[in-house]
Design a protein around this ligand. Structure first.
Ligand SMILES: Nc1nc2c(ncn2[C@@H]2O[C@H](COP(=O)(O)OP(=O)(O)OP(=O)(O)O)[C@@H](O)[C@H]2O)c(=O)[nH]1
Ligand SMILES: [Mg+2]
Length: 421
C-alpha cells in the first residue's frame, strides 16, 4: 500500500468570510491532489492576523500538540504566509509548513509532462521565490539578533544578492527556452487563424469536465484521426493546450481547444507563467465555459473563472455556459436555453445539441449565398463539399449551382462566382 504523507490543514477566518468553509474544503482537495492524506483541520476566527505566526499564539500551541500527537508530516495553511511566518511556524510546530500557493505550485510541478509545462512551472516557482528571498534575509537577521548595521547583516545581504542574481539568471535562461517553444506555437496559431475556421475554447474550473467534452466532440467529429485528450478525476489533469479540428456531420468545422483549469486563489506567478498556454483562449472566437452543475459550489466557481478570464485578457469573448455533469442532478437533459446548455459529457448526452449551439454562435460570420461554378472548376465544388454547408446543388448549362453557407473568407475568395446573397 502506498504510504502518503499526512497533512494537517489550518485556516483563519478573517472577519467572518462566507466562503471560508468552502475554501477549506477546496484546500483539502488540493492537498489530496498533491498526494497528501489530509486528516485534520484547525480553524480560527480572527479580526487581524498575528504577524509572527499568522494564527494566534494559543492556537500555535494547540497545533503543535496536535502535530505531535498525530505525527503530521506537513501543516498546510489556506492563507498566504510570509517567509518569516512560515519559518517561525516550522520552528514552533516541528514539521514542514506550506501555504496554498506552494501547494498549487507543487501540484503543477508534479503534473507537468511537456517540456513547456515543466519550464512554465519552474519559472513560476522561481518567480514566487524571488521576493521571498529578500524577506527571508531580513527575518533571519532579525532572528539572529544582529541588529541593523552589523557585520552579520552585511554578510547576509551579500548572500541574498548573489542568490537573487542566480535565480534571475535562471529565470532568464528558462524564459529563453520558452520563447523558442512559443515561436513554434505562434506559427501554428497563425496557420490556424489563417484557416478561417472559428476557434472555440473550453474554459472553466478544474475538474468540471472540459477534457471529457473535448473527447465527446472528437467522437462526434468526422475526422477519424483526431486523438483523444487525457481526462481524469483529479485537480489539474490538464496542464497544456490541445487543439482539435472538429468536423460536424454537416461538414461545418471549427477548432476546439482544451486547456488548463482554474481554481480560486490561483497563484499570480502561475497565471503569468501560463499566459502563453492561455493565449489560445485569448484568441478564441467563442468560449465554452464549463461548469460542474452537480457541485454546490458552482456559482462561486463561475465567479472565479470569470475573474481569471478577465485577468488573462479574455473578458470580452462571447460565452456559452455548459452545465456539465447534469446526470448527477435531477435536471432533464439535454436542456438548452439561449446561451446555456445542460449536458452530461460522460454519458454523452447533449453533445450534438452542444455542437448545434456552438454552430449557431461561432458561425455568425458565415454567409448564405448562391454560387455558379463553371464545370472546369470542379475542384472548387469539391472544396465546398468538404468545407461548407451545401444546402442544394443543381447542374445547369454553364456550371454547378450551389446554395451554400460558407465562411466569410471563402465567400470573399470565390466572390466572382456569387450570383445571389
Ligand atoms: N458524472 C459525471 N462525471 C463527469 C462528467 N464529465 C466529466 N466527468 C468526470 O469528471 C472528472 C474530470 O473530468 P475532466 O474532463 O478531466 O475535467 P477537466 O475539466 O478537464 O479537469 P482539469 O483538466 O483538471 O481542469 C472525470 O473523472 C470525468 O469522468 C459528467 O457529465 N458526469
Ligand atoms: Mg482537463
Amino acid at each position: 500500500m502506498e504510504i502518503r504523507e499526512r497533512a494537517l490543514l489550518v485556516g483563519v477566518n478573517l472577519n467572518g468570510d462566507d466562503d471560508f468553509e468552502k475554501s477549506m474544503d477546496e484546500l483539502e482537495n488540493l492537498a489530496e491532489a498533491c498526494g497528501f492524506e489530509a486528516y485534520g483541520r484547525i480553524e480560527q476566527n480572527l479580526r487581524t492576523i498575528n504577524s509572527v505566526y499568522y494564527i494566534g499564539t494559543g492556537k500555535v500551541g494547540e497545533a503543535a500538540s496536535l502535530v505531535e500527537a498525530t505525527e503530521a508530516d506537513v501543516v498546510i495553511f489556506d492563507n498566504e504566509l510570509t517567509p518569516t511566518q512560515q519559518r517561525n511556524l516550522e520552528k514552533a510546530l516541528g514539521c514542514r509548513v506550506m501555504d496554498r500557493t506552494q501547494l498549487i505550485l507543487e501540484i503543477f510541478a508534479q503534473r507537468a509532462r511537456t517540456k513547456e509545462a515543466k519550464l512554465q512551472v519552474e519559472v513560476a516557482r522561481l518567480q514566487y521565490m524571488l521576493p521571498r528571498l529578500a524577506g527571508k534575509g531580513e527575518s533571519m537577521d532579525r532572528q539572529g539578533g544582529g541588529g541593523i548595521g552589523t557585520v552579520v547583516r552585511g554578510g547576509g545581504e551579500k548572500k541574498i544578492v548573489l542568490d537573487r542574481r542566480r535565480i534571475e539568471q535562471n529565470i532568464a535562461v528558462l524564459m529563453k527556452e520558452l520563447e523558442d517553444i512559443r515561436k513554434d506555437q505562434q506559427i501554428q496559431r497563425k496557420r490556424r487563424s489563417e484557416s478561417g475556421l472559428p476557434r472555440v475554447a473550453l474554459v472553466g474550473y478544474t475538474n468540471a469536465g472540459k477534457s471529457t467534452i473535448m473527447n465527446a466532440m472528437v467522437e462526434l467529429s468526422q475526422k477519424p484521426d483526431s486523438k483523444k485528450v487525457f481526462e481524469k478525476d483529479m485537480l489539474f489533469a490538464t496542464l497544456g493546450t490541445s487543439v482539435r479540428n472538429i468536423v460536424l456531420p454537416d461538414n461545418r468545422s471549427f477548432l476546439l481547444s482544451d486547456t488548463v483549469g482554474f481554481v480560486s486563489k490561483l497563484p499570480h506567478a502561475l497565471v503569468k507563467a501560463f499566459r502563453s498556454t492561455l493565449e489560445e483562449v485569448k484568441e478564441a472566437d467563442l468560449l465554452l465555459h464549463v461548469v460542474d452543475a452537480s457541485d454546490p459550489e458552482a456559482e462561486r466557481q463561475i465567479r472565479v473563472t470569470e475573474e481569471t478570464l478577465e485577468q488573462i485578457g479574455a473578458g470580452g469573448i462571447p460565452v456559452i455556459y455548459v452545465f456539465n455533469k447534469a446526470d448527477l442532478t435531477d435536471m432533464a437533459i439535454p436542456f438548452v436555453k439561449d446561451d446555456t446548455i445542460y449536458i452530461s459529457a460522460k454519458e454523452r448526452i447533449g453533445i450534438s445539441e452542444l455542437a448545434e449551439l456552438i454552430c449557431r454562435n461561432a458561425f455568425r460570420t458565415y454567409v448564405d449565398c448562391r454560387m455558379l461554378i463553371p464545370y472546369k472548376y470542379g475542384d472548387i465544388v469539391a472544396y465546398f463539399r468538404e468545407n461548407a454547408l451545401v444546402k442544394d446543388i443543381k447542374y445547369e448549362n454553364d456550371g454547378t449551382c450551389l446554395l451554400l453557407e460558407c465562411s466569410e473568407s471563402d465567400y470573399r475568395r470565390f466572390r466572382q462566382f456569387v450570383t445571389e446573397r
